[in-house]
Write a protein that binds this ligand. Structure first.
Ligand code: NAP
Length: 247
């Protein structure tokens, strides 16, 4: 079965690194043209240069509504439309509960939760009038468990992403836009490379597949959800966690 992604235009936030980068690579491999968006403009350009075709890099701070609007405007004007949005931009903290500051709390909600809201809202301003589109948000196992390694600020932001994604699915589904979320478990990326080794070892020991996942294993599922194969999967969360949590 063809993925149906050939010739489509996709935005991937957080495309400068890790899971977002592999999502951009996977979508481009299926023939999509990708706007690689990242806080780090150089990393965004570098990601786009790795892809075949006319993909572009755009510097964006997903916490800013004007940046998210510009991302969508620039993508539609330079690439000719918008069919797929993947929201992978995110930050992580493992701060113990009693030491989380109000600043950390606000920043992590701003990037992970508000950033997802703003990018989805900007994309839907194009997708809804078009009567079609795909959105895949990236939440986390941490949002399901309260955090096996993550702190409360991160876990709460990602639980929020799951609820937000369901709300968007209820709003956008009648307009032909299919919306789902992916919950990665522990994935080897620059984000987890900063963990103390004993934390990674403890979580791997609880994982039936006995290893960390890879960013391309998450990207494969994201790509499937953006493809024609998932035409009746909507408002779902798909876990990519090696069996660490089965629900
Ligand atoms: P990563 O390698 O650190 O990639 C995250 C990317 O998001 C970075 O390029 C980062 O740019 C960018 N970013 C951060 N703040 C941004 C902002 N305000 N605006 C635009 N871009 C911003 O981490 P990853 O592991 O690939 O994580 C990707 C997503 O998966 C995140 O949402 C994360 O929470 C989620 N996730 C990861 C895991 C895991 O085990 N790795 C598990 C569950 C969920 P800078 O580098 O310039 O800050």
């Amino acid at each position: 079965m063809s993925s149906g992604l050939g010739g489509k235009v996709a935005i991937v936030t957080g495309a400068g690194s890790g899971i977002g980068l592999e999502c951009a690579v996977a979508l481009a491999r299926e023939g999509a043209c990708v706007a690689c968006a990242d806080l780090d403009g150089v990393a965004a350009e570098r990601a786009a240069a790795r892809l075949d075709g006319d993909s572009i890099g755009i510097q964006v701070d997903v916490t800013r509504d004007d940046d998210c609007a510009r991302l969508v405007e620039e993508t539609t004007s330079r690439l000719g439309g918008l069919d797929v949005l993947v929201t992978s931009a995110g930050i992580f903290h493992a701060t113990p509960f009693d030491r989380i500051t109000a600043e950390e709390w606000d920043r992590i909600q701003a990037v992970n939760l508000k950033g997802t809201f703003l990018t989805c809202q900007a994309a839907l301003r194009v997708m809804v009038p078009n009567g079609r589109g795909r959105i895949v948000t990236i939440a986390s196992l941490g949002g399901q468990t309260g955090g096996l390694a993550a702190g409360a600020s991160y876990a709460a932001s990602k639980a929020g992403v799951v609820a937000l994604t369901k709300s968007i699915a209820r709003y956008a589904g009648p307009h032909g836009v299919i919306v789902n979320t992916v919950n990665p478990g522990v994935i080897a990326t620059p984000m987890t490379a900063a963990w103390p080794p004993e934390v990674a070892e403890r979580v791997i020991a609880q994982t039936p597949l006995a290893r960390m996942g890879t960013a391309d294993e998450v990207a494969a599922v994201v790509c499937m959800l953006a493809s024609d194969a998932a035409s009746f999967v909507h408002g779902a969360h798909v876990d990519v966690n090696g069996g660490l949590l089965m629900d």
